[in-house]
Design a protein around this ligand. Structure first.
Ligand code: FAD
Length: 420
């Protein structure tokens, strides 16, 4: 498009787009959003797998279950592995599926179309990829932790947030790691770590040089049987609970440092785009299912002598839901595509996570309203998703943090009160 100065300086009456290279615009013309055939097939097969294998198992469970029980999960995992649906996002060389960010957003949406779509799409049926900063680990760390975690389907945890705050961990972090000979000694407290009570190991972040701010934060592999590590559950409103971790003179070998000292925060940030887009994709899958349930209900249910589907009070929220779902998908796909080009997609990922998580919550809320009492019944998936999507607006950077990141990109130094 013409720059602002082109528009002001052009002769009066000249066409607005005179300075635009129209040939280039034509070359880049919109060519539709058809997915590559291979990706479309993968997405279709995964969708069928969720519908035919996972959904019936979930429907057979007691409505108060918070996850697929281990024995049933093991059977489903075996089926998923036969189809190579295993740790799809992890690099191929470590035993994963090696999908790109865009490919992941497409398949994660389909993998999330069922009750236990959180915190891991598929409820663990497709494996639990280890914390992504570990992919930047050395060969020994890859062999000791990454490969076994993928091969055995081990749960792992990530511990960044602390009682002093999770939105701004670079400032709030109090946990320290002090080098003593061939060990680091960790002291501090971590909050909200998902799965630390069920995991063999995870990645923990601590200050190795408190004077250096974020450049003084390092990442370590922490095995959960390390003396001095105490884990306790923090029940929260969603189906899957979190934990608090107390670290009291926890000695871990220097070989457990990931990357170099001071690189921890950078490693966490490097993988943030993928993390946020995976959450956005989960919200897409759930919203799609919620809309399907609401449409089916509206076409069946009669009140005052007519189908709910005939009422504008039902039609309009359904229409809004579909529009918002499609908008969220485009934001998500655009951010993922940019990430795959090797470009900085952090702002786009913030937009996608913000919009998709808020959209998902609105859509599920509307679906509950359309189903009335049945919308709240435990045997329906809607009330599970309602609670999970509510938490999604807080995890991986709350909605306010995403808005702040987007606004800071728009406003530059003025966002922090400076006139440059
Ligand atoms: C279910 C669940 C699972 C989680 N899993 C993990 C995990 O596995 N590992 C891990 O390390 N952490 C995990 N977390 C922690 C999560 O990342 C944090 O809760 C989140 O980052 C917010 O941090 P906080 O709770 O300390 O809120 P605070 O940082 O205290 O913020 C409080 C509120 O204020 C808002 N806010 C903050 N700053 C601003 C501002 N400048 N302007 C306006 N509003 C602002 C926030 O968005 C939030 O809504 C999990 C949390 C939950 C609830």
């Amino acid at each position: 498009m013409s720059s602002k100065s082109d528009l002001f300086e052009r002769p009066v009456g000249a066409p607005l787009l005179a300075s635009t290279n129209t040939a280039r615009v034509r070359d880049q013309a919109f060519s539709g959003f058809d997915l590559p055939q291979e990706l479309q097939s993968l997405s279709d097969v995964l969708r069928e797998f969720v519908k035919k294998e996972i959904c019936p198992v979930e429907a057979s469970l007691d409505p108060t279950e918070r996850a697929i029980p281990e024995d049933k999960l093991a059977l489903l995992q075996a089926k998923a592995r036969q189809l190579d649906f295993w740790c799809l996002d992890a690099p191929v060389e470590f035993g994963g599926g090696g999908l790109s960010t865009f490919q992941m957003t497409v398949v994660w949406e389909q993998a999330s179309r069922h009750r236990f779509a959180f915190p891991v799409p598929g409820g663990g049926v497709f494996g639990y990829s280890p914390p992504v900063p570990l992919y930047s680990g050395n060969d020994d760390q890859i062999d000791r932790y990454v490969r076994p975690a993928i091969a055995k389907g081990l749960k792992t945890f990530t511990a960044i947030s602390e009682p002093t705050g999770g939105s701004d961990p670079a400032r709030a972090m109090r946990t320290t790691a002090v080098r003593q000979g061939d060990h680091f000694v960790l002291n501090g407290r971590k909050m909200w770590s998902t799965n630390a009570d069920e995991a063999d190991f995870g990645v923990v972040y601590a200050r190795t040089d408190p004077a250096k701010g974020r450049a003084g934060i390092s990442a370590f592999v922490l095995e959960t049987n390390t003396p001095g590590m105490h884990v306790s559950k923090i029940p929260v409103m969603r189906n899957h609970w979190t934990t608090e971790i107390a670290l009291e003179n926890c000695k871990i070998p220097v070989e457990n440092l990931i990357g170099k000292e001071g690189e921890g925060f950078g490693l966490a940030q490097k993988w943030m785009v993928r993390g946020r887009l995976m959450l956005a994709s989960q919200a897409l899958g759930v919203a799609e299912e919620a809309i399907r349930l609401a449409v089916d209900w509206a076409k069946e249910r009669e009140t005052f002598g007519a189908l709910l589907a005939t009422r504008q009070g039902i039609q309009f929220p359904l229409a809004d839901s579909l529009v918002e779902l499609n908008a969220a998908r485009l934001l998500t796909w655009q951010a993922a595509w940019k990430d795959d080009q090797g470009e900085d997609a952090r702002v786009e990922a913030s937009m996608a996570k913000l919009y998709a998580s808020e959209m998902g919550f609105r859509v599920v809320d509307r679906a509950i309203q359309i189903l009335g009492g049945m919308g709240l019944a435990k045997e329906m998936n809607l009330e599970h998703w309602f609670r999970d999507l509510r938490t999604m607006r807080i995890v991986e950077g709350g909605s306010e943090i995403q808005r702040y990141l987007i606004a800071r990109d728009m406003l530059g130094a003025a966002a922090i009160g400076r006139r440059d």
